[in-house]
Design a binder for this molecule. Structure first.
Ligand SMILES: [Ca+2]
Ligand SMILES: [Ca+2]
Ligand SMILES: [Ca+2]
Length: 296
């Protein structure tokens, strides 16, 4: 169905009216599958973690507290979320069931502990902390024990993202003077710059098959979503009409990518087509979408 003022004949307008086509709603695409955790304003406008279907329907608040909650990351089986919260006076990392029950605190350190990323094998969580004086990437068990540091550089090392086989971590560092996406072994060895571009290159997210990394960059002006091969080759720009604000996330089948512009959450095909706003919230900030790996 074509909508718009280029339909000039009476017959065409009547056909549009009969089909209920609304010009204001724009083109309609098949709904993306599955569910997205995300961050949105909850009680008294405090950020909470929500769950919704990937078409924007069925929003549920999972962390209905007066504290600032954010940074959700799914367990590989889709039954739990690890997240960051300020509920104990500084940034700490917590885990909860996918319905918001069973909240357990994993870190207890007066420094910043944030940006958790659950490892594909299910037994480890990567996170960022400045407990040793500057921002580094650490690993811990899913119960909070056995904390080990995997980066050791005076620069800011942040935004860890696991390869789907759990062998490697992509992350962002400014050790070369601007934001770059590095890939290293999960031990911290063999760290290599995969963007090597003078612009800011941020927020990596591996495709489910491990072949590509989606990320955000301002190399062409406003921040946009790009995708590259995992070795850094073949960079393709995916978005042009919406300014990106945060980390993209892939659907489990690799067919879709979601991201946000700071106000709303957008979903598109992994080639950048079929872009649609799934939250359309005028008085609410919706951001940080994280596609659920599986809906049990
Ligand atoms: Ca802390
Ligand atoms: Ca560092
Ligand atoms: Ca760069």
């Amino acid at each position: 169905m074509k909508c718009g003022r280029d339909l000039v004949t009476t017959a065409a307008w009547l056909a549009v009216a009969a089909a209920g086509c609304s010009e204001a709603e724009g083109p309609q695409f098949a709904p993306a599958p599955g569910q997205l955790a995300h961050v949105s304003e909850g009680r008294l406008d405090q950020p909470d973690i929500f769950l919704m279907n990937a078409d924007g329907s069925g929003r549920v608040n999972l962390s209905d507290t007066l504290a600032v909650d954010g940074g959700p990351s799914w367990s590989p089986d889709g039954t739990k979320l690890v997240f960051e919260s300020f509920r104990h006076g500084n940034d700490e990392i917590y885990v909860m069931n996918a319905d918001g029950t069973g909240v357990t605190r994993l870190t207890a350190d007066t420094s910043l502990d944030a940006q958790p990323a659950w490892a594909p094998g299910g037994t480890r969580i990567a996170f960022v902390s400045n407990r040793d004086g500057n921002l580094e990437i650490y690993l811990m068990d899913t119960g909070g024990g056995n904390v080990t540091r995997v980066t050791n550089d005076g620069a800011n090392d942040v935004q860890p993202a696991w390869s789907p086989d759990g062998a490697r971590l992509a992350f962002v560092t400014d050790r070369d003077g601007n934001g770059e996406i590095y890939v290293m072994d999960s031990t911290g060895a063999n760290a290599l710059n995969r963007t090597a571009h003078a612009a800011e290159d941020l927020t990596p997210a591996w495709s489910p098959d491990g072949s590509k990394i989606a990320f955000m960059s301002d190399r062409d002006g406003d921040f946009a979503i790009y995708v590259m091969n995992a070795d850094g080759s073949g960079v393709v720009r995916l978005t042009t009409s919406v300014v990106a604000y945060e980390q993209p996330t892939w659907s489990p089948d690799g067919a879709y990518v979601a991201f946000d512009d700071g106000n709303d959450i957008w979903v598109m095909r992994a080639d950048g087509t079929e872009l649609r706003n799934i939250t359309r919230s005028t008085f609410r900030l919706d951001h940080t979408p994280r596609w659920r790996p599986a809906v049990p």
